[in-house]
Design a protein around this ligand. Structure first.
Ligand SMILES: [Ca+2]
Ligand SMILES: [Ca+2]
Length: 532
């Protein structure tokens, strides 16, 4: 009945509009989200530019699902594209809903809508309910509600295919050909064995991941920051974070992750690999903890395309080969050390080559340290798109792109054809050992003995270098050589040691997914105690 009423409202509105806009039938054949956005944006009440909040939609049968978040997110995007309404940013909405202790149920009483409207300063909120149809599609009933009075201003209905469901079900391990991605009637698949959660884990926090690049991402690590300080202080998490686990949107399937650091701080950093993040999807993932008998499951090898934490004291032959050796390389103290690579102004160069082939787009990240034993400093080179050959007395990569970071204390030192200065980055195109093009960027002199974080992104067209998350230099490159990755270091003039640690390579999307805590308690997300 209700649905019929809404459709009647819709048809009436269309019939009365009197202009030559497309009929609802035409609109429905177009894009259902666009159709809804157009209807809601065209609400009679209020002037253009009205500010609205789009709440997560929910199923009428109250089943637990990500679907409402995906749908409201898509609708929000279309409303923005429609350009007639101002929309509250999602993270602000989540924060305010958390502070007001409002359920994300999609159905809200008048008082809640009024208080939400006041706090957010919006004129109206968009809410909606979902009904799963027999063919697996989802019927959306959306309403625009005036915040001041909680009166429904307009309503519209549409049916959409559940085309995001691949992201909510099981990992699709490798090529799409082998993975049935037909829409299933329900995303809440109960999985058989080997699903450890919740089991002995007593606490969990809910995070959401929003796909932002417009492409389907597979085996994609995302950075999840969580408040380990509070959880440890309350005795809920082990002090070494070894009981930390992550689960996919089914709340059960374990996700590979690597704990980068920050255990014991309010901003612990974990990279969590999502088997599949559908285009435009917003999905739940869960952080579990509170299992005193759990041992660490953090694994960089399982999370990244290529990884080395240099922790076991041996340079791993299955990870690295050394096509050009000139100085000592050793794993020591949980990092890899380059030392004795030069004497006076003469430099030699060691290149370690990753055994795994890597093709853009990807992101290389590592931590770097230079000790303070030298009078000048250390140059650190990362070679990308390398054909694997080394030429010249110093083992220069034959054909490649190379990013060099200069860690040191002295300016205006020229050891070679290029200009080496403290605190510089250089991106070079190298052809048969000759530098063809070079981009420099100046940075303040570094403090030796301090670990810094380095990133190099290669999206296939541009190579960009970062220090401590700050972009320093970027250059377009037409070079499409090999797929080897090399690392090296050389000192000026002598006595300096250079270190790499936590080197990893991950796939790179055109835009990183957004990861944010989601729940009633904004600081730290929702903590659920499992009672058994
Ligand atoms: Ca090793
Ligand atoms: Ca290490």
């Amino acid at each position: 009945m209700k649905r019929l009423t809404l459709i009647a409202v819709l048809l009436l509105a269309a019939g009365c509009s009197g202009n030559v806009k497309k009929s609802p039938a035409d609109a429905l054949r177009r894009d259902p989200y666009e159709f809804l956005a157009e209807r809601l944006s065209a609400s009679r009440d209020g002037a253009p530019g009205r500010k609205v909040a789009v709440l997560p939609f929910a199923y009428t049968d109250r089943r637990e699902s990500d679907d409402g978040v995906v749908i409201s997110e898509r609708l929000l995007t279309r409303i923005i594209q429609e350009g007639r309404l101002e929309v509250v940013e999602r993270s602000l909405l989540a924060k305010v809903m958390g502070e007001l202790k409002l359920q994300n149920s999609g159905v809200m009483d008048a008082a809640s809508i009024k208080s939400l409207g006041r706090v957010l300063g919006v004129d109206a909120v968009v809410t909606g309910t979902l009904t799963r149809q027999g063919d697996g599609s989802v019927e959306i009933n959306a309403r625009m509600i005036k915040a001041e009075t909680a009166v429904v201003l307009t309503a519209a209905a549409a049916t959409v295919p559940a085309d995001w469901e691949a992201s909510a079900t099981q990992p699709a391990p490798l090529p799409a050909a082998a993975a049935p991605v037909q829409a299933q009637p329900a995303p809440q698949v109960v999985l058989p064995a080997a699903q450890p959660f919740p089991g002995a884990w007593r606490y969990r926090e809910n995070f959401r991941v929003a796909e932002k690049s417009g492409a389907q991402l597979t085996d994609y690590p995302v950075l999840v920051k969580f408040d380990s300080a509070a959880a440890i202080r309350l005795g809920r998490m082990k002090s070494d974070c070894s009981d930390v686990r992550f689960a996919n949107s089914d709340e059960r399937s374990a996700l590979s992750f690597w704990l980068e650091g920050g255990c014991g701080t309010p901003s612990a950093r974990a990279w969590v690999k999502l088997p599949l993040l559908a285009r435009g999807a917003v999905k739940n993932i869960y952080l579990y903890y509170g299992n005193p008998s759990a041992a660490s499951a953090s694994s960089g090898d399982d999370t990244f395309l290529f990884f080395d934490d240099f922790n076991d004291g041996d340079v791993d032959q299955d990870r690295w080969s050394s096509p050009a050796h000139g100085c000592r390389v050793a794993e020591t103290g949980g990092r890899i050390e380059f030392t004795g690579c030069s004497s006076g102004n003469a430099t030699t160069k060691t290149i370690m080559s990753a055994s795994r082939r890597l093709t853009p787009p990807y992101m290389v990240e590592f931590d770097g340290l230079s000790d303070d034993g030298g009078s000048n400093g250390m140059r650190r080179d990362v070679t990308l798109r390398w054909d694997g050959t080394a030429v010249g007395g110093y083992g220069v990569p034959g054909n490649s792109m190379e990013v060099s970071f200069y860690d040191g204390t002295r300016h205006n030192y020229e050891p070679r054809s290029g200009i080496s200065q403290a605190g510089r980055v250089e991106i070079k195109s190298i052809s048969n050992g000759e530098i063809r093009a070079s981009v420099f960027s100046q940075e303040a002199p570094l403090t030796p003995g301090v670990w810094r974080h380095y990133r190099i992104s290669d999206d296939g067209a541009n190579i960009s270098a970062y220090w401590d998350d700050r972009l320093l230099a970027s250059t377009a490159s037409a070079w499409s050589g090999g797929s080897s990755l090399g690392i090296s270091a050389r000192e000026y003039p002598n006595g300096v040691r250079a270190y790499y640690d936590n080197l990893r390579v991950r796939p790179l999307a055109a835009a990183e997914p957004d990861v944010y805590p989601y729940g009633q308690s904004y600081a730290g997300g929702t903590k659920r105690v499992y009672t058994r």
